[in-house]
Write a protein that binds this ligand. Structure first.
Ligand code: HEC
Ligand code: HEC
Length: 161
């Protein structure tokens, strides 16, 4: 125990406890951030155009319909668009533009795109490895997803005020 405290002390000193108490300025807008942050970009229009473009191919694997799928390769193409809207955009309180240049969806021109892939992998580790090993939880299949942490914000809160 003493060893653990000694080990943690430098960490507390370096971070000034910031990692625990968080930055108050980022946590006030949880609910308002659920409203789209960027109102100039028409997300529904972009999705409708894409749905039109993939018509008839909704159930084909994403990597056979789109150009640059590295992670969700076998996900049905139609479902991939649902994930773009709900898991990736709404849960972070952003529009497609946070990770994409619209109509150049296959490009890797924004770092947030790869971050989202890495977050997806992290989410898998949490659900399939870490949560599974915690006994006596209420749910049969306890689940964490993008919304669990992000709650409509790009930077998840680390404290309630
Ligand atoms: C948080 C980041 C993020 C947001 C927001 C996001 N995307 Fe994506 N998008 C990705 C990632 C990551 C991929 C690649 C997935 C993979 O490699 O399996 C992708 C891939 C795509 C593709 C496939 C492109 C291709 O040809 O390879 C389309 C189309 C797309 N997104 C559309 C959208 C639309 C429309 C929105 C808004 C409703 C959106 N995305 C919002 C991260 C995002
Ligand atoms: C266990 C909590 C947790 C989960 C689950 C989670 N994230 Fe994150 N996410 C974070 C943290 C923490 C950061 C870093 C914020 C910072 O820069 O301090 C972050 C940052 C990001 C960023 C960078 C945002 C920016 O513009 O700087 C993106 C994009 C992102 N997450 C997407 C996702 C997506 C998509 C999912 C679901 C697949 C997801 N996250 C799930 C905790 C989480």
């Amino acid at each position: 125990m003493t060893r653990l405290i000694l080990y943690l002390l430098p960490l507390f000193a370096i971070s000034g406890l910031g990692f625990w108490y968080g930055n108050p300025t980022t946590t006030n807008a949880v609910d308002t951030a659920l409203v789209q942050a960027d109102t100039t970009f028409d997300m529904q229009k972009a999705l409708a155009t894409l749905r039109e473009q993939i018509k008839g191919k909704e159930n084909l694997p994403a990597d056979s319909v789109f150009q640059n799928i590295k992670l969700l390769k076998k996900m049905p193409a139609g479902r991939l668009l649902g994930i773009m809207e709900i898991a990736f955009s709404n849960s972070l309180g952003v529009t497609c533009e946070h990770c994409h240049t619209p109509d150049a969806w296959e490009k890797e021109d924004k770092p947030t795109k790869q971050i989202a892939r890495d977050m997806w992998v992290m989410m898998g580790t949490i659900n399939n490895e870490l949560l599974k090993n915690i006994s006596n939880l209420q749910s049969k299949q306890p689940t964490a997803n993008c919304t669990t942490c992000h709650r409509g914000q790009v930077k998840p809160a680390t404290s309630l005020k």
